[in-house]
Design a protein around this ligand. Structure first.
Ligand code: NA7
Length: 542
């Protein structure tokens, strides 16, 4: 096939979420010709789709925002400590317009295949409608939590009422007034939506398979004085965040939990709880590595929940006992546990009373028939690998990407996979991804990758790939780093446990953003060690 008619881009980005949009901006700034394919009808990625009631980010808004432009940072005002999905989406759309990013985005263009042509060497990407794109480099910003998990519960298609997925929430808000609503799933999406669904519906029944740890977000509106303070503190805040583990400017209590007196420990946990947010999960530096410290935090949590939830049996059902606190992403909520004190809310513990099947009229569990008008699935995602695996990616010699990750994702630094030259992944397995502030992490990764491309261009190389041994070593290191913590104990999506048949490997780099950025910097300083940069003359077109 001739390549003459097809414009050849420098960089083709897949996905116009936070990462993909920044990639457009940064690539342009680097003088590269860039285009981005986005399956949705608008930009925003995960924040475009997850518009369910109560959807918010659990990273503070002033941290979960771009840092690449100080003027942008200065002119945008977040209204709340934890922004709602509409405000985050409005921000993303604002940035897209302000930097004219939309002119490089093809909306409603789902990439379905990507094949590497060794002769040129370029990537040829095909959209669902059959359109083809060709680029020297393919940058997958496909998201960590973007491929919805739709569990095949028996009878799932039989239900005659309304069905919604939190990850594909309709643009027109469903009217739940007077309706009996069933909610399956008690991860972050289920926990955030529960209080609002309960307030809108006649009756809400929450079907819980595994109880989850959730701490009060303690969200609040920012005052004008906050806005001044935020601007004053921003430079320092950003620089601390980049060096931190989680991409936010917080430090743990200065002492390990096991070295504290009981009073000191209690006070530190109380401070974490009343500060609000996910950082309760990291109150002590040893909380993720030491079972004893983790237990203190879990016991503290349990006492709080027993005080909030009036019915002791319901409280008991809501308290996790299957994983150390924080080893599944801790949730943050605004009145989740309190909602179970309402007369119109019921909890079904699926461990005691499992679902037999979904029927035309609702959900039949072993012990009861739950008649419903609306069924909502907050059942999460085929996280980290799902979005990439849904594209038919072929590398050198026709190597299949799905096959390459059949036993778990292998990558070098989370960026590249052997046999898939010139393909880069942002926020993928092997990177800190969702264990850190995704926006700062994506900026860091994209800046780093563009420097690598620049280096290749400067040295006349047109093919970049990782050494197989470097990828194997990094992948083993990611697992070993996790094995030194309590993280692998949880049946979380971090290990793929939420998807049947998915290989169990720990997919995220637990040592944090600052450490990861340092490793990447060192690799670059050492001449991009572990990467192979070569020059291939394009073969003449036929
Ligand atoms: P999560 O955290 O993966 O939660 C999904 C929930 O759905 C969880 O409670 C699951 O139970 C439940 N689930 C999944 N499949 C089933 C079936 N078949 N039956 C019953 N219950 C089921 O996804 P979220 O969208 O809430 O949050 C994802 C991330 O977004 C979150 O970590 C934050 O980082 C933001 P399980 O625990 O697997 O037993």
């Amino acid at each position: 096939m001739s390549t003459d008619s097809r414009p050849r881009l420098d960089v083709l980005v897949i996905g116009a979420g936070f990462a993909g949009l920044y990639a457009i901006h940064a690539a342009r700034r680097a003088g590269l010709d860039v285009l981005c394919l986005e399956a949705g009808a608008g930009v925003g990625g995960t924040w475009y789709y997850n518009r369910y009631p109560g959807a918010r980010c659990d990273v503070e808004s002033i941290d979960y925002s771009y840092s690449f432009d100080e003027v942008l940072q200065d002119e945008w005002e977040w209204s709340e400590r934890y922004a709602t999905q509409p405000e985050i989406l409005a921000y993303i759309e604002y940035v897209a317009e302000r930097f004219d990013l939309l002119s490089s985005v093809r909306l409603e263009t789902r990439a379905v295949s990507a094949h590497f042509d060794e002769r040129t060497p370029t990537w040829r990407v095909c959209s669902e409608s059959g359109e083809e794109f060709e680029a020297r480099y393919l940058l997958c910003a496909t998201g960590s939590l973007s491929a919805p998990n739709k569990p095949a519960i028996p009878g799932v298609d039989d239900f005659a009422g309304e069905v919604y997925y939190t990850a594909e929430w309709p643009h027109t808000e469903p009217d739940l007034a007077g309706k009996r609503v069933g909610l399956i799933g008690t991860g972050s999406s289920g926990i955030q939506s529960t209080p609002l669904l309960a307030a809108r519906a006649k009756q809400l029944t929450v079907f819980q398979r595994t109880p989850n740890y959730s701490v009060p977000a303690l969200n609040r509106n920012f005052t004008p004085a906050d806005q001044v303070r935020i601007r004053e503190e921003y430079p320092e805040r950003r620089s601390k965040s980049r060096r931190s583990g989680g991409g936010s400017p917080y430090v743990a209590y200065p002492k390990n939990g096991v070295d504290c007196t009981p009073e000191e420990r209690q006070a530190a946990l109380e401070k974490g709880w009343t500060t609000g947010g996910v950082l309760f999960g990291k109150t002590f530096p040893d909380q993720y590595v030491n079972e004893e410290t983790n237990r203190y935090a879990a016991d503290f949590f349990e006492a709080k929940i027993r005080r909030i939830v009036h019915d002791p049996a319901t409280a008991g059902d809501l308290i996790p006992d299957d994983h150390p606190i924080g080893t599944k992403r801790i949730c943050t909520d605004s009145g989740y546990f309190e909602t179970f004190n309402r007369d119109n809310v019921a909890l079904v513990n699926l461990r005691k009373d499992p679902i037999v099947r979904i029927t035309e009229w609702g959900i039949k569990t072993e012990g009861a028939a739950h008649e419903l008008d609306v069924l909502i699935f907050a059942t999460g995602f085929d996280a980290m690998t799902g979005a990439l695996q849904r594209i038919d990616i072929r590398g050198t010699g026709g190597a299949s990407f799905r096959e390459a990750w059949r036993e778990g994702p292998v990558s070098y630094l989370g960026y590249q996979v052997p046999d898939f030259p010139n393909l880069f992944i942002v926020s993928g397995p092997g990177s800190p991804a969702v264990l850190a502030n995704m926006v700062l992490a994506a900026e860091m990764q994209i800046d780093w990758l563009l420097k690598l491309i620049h280096h290749a261009d400067e040295t006349g190389a047109n093919r970049i790939e990782p050494r197989a041994d470097a990828a194997a070593k990094w992948t083993a290191h990611v697992q070993e780093a996790a094995d030194q913590t309590l993280f692998p104990r949880a049946n979380s999506w971090y290990v793929g446990a939420n998807i049947e048949g998915k290989p169990r490997t720990f997919m995220l780099y637990v040592r944090g953003l600052g450490t990861y950025a340092g490793v990447c910097e060192e690799v670059a300083e050492n001449g991009y060690e572990g990467f192979v940069l070569t020059s291939h003359s394009p073969a003449p077109a036929h």
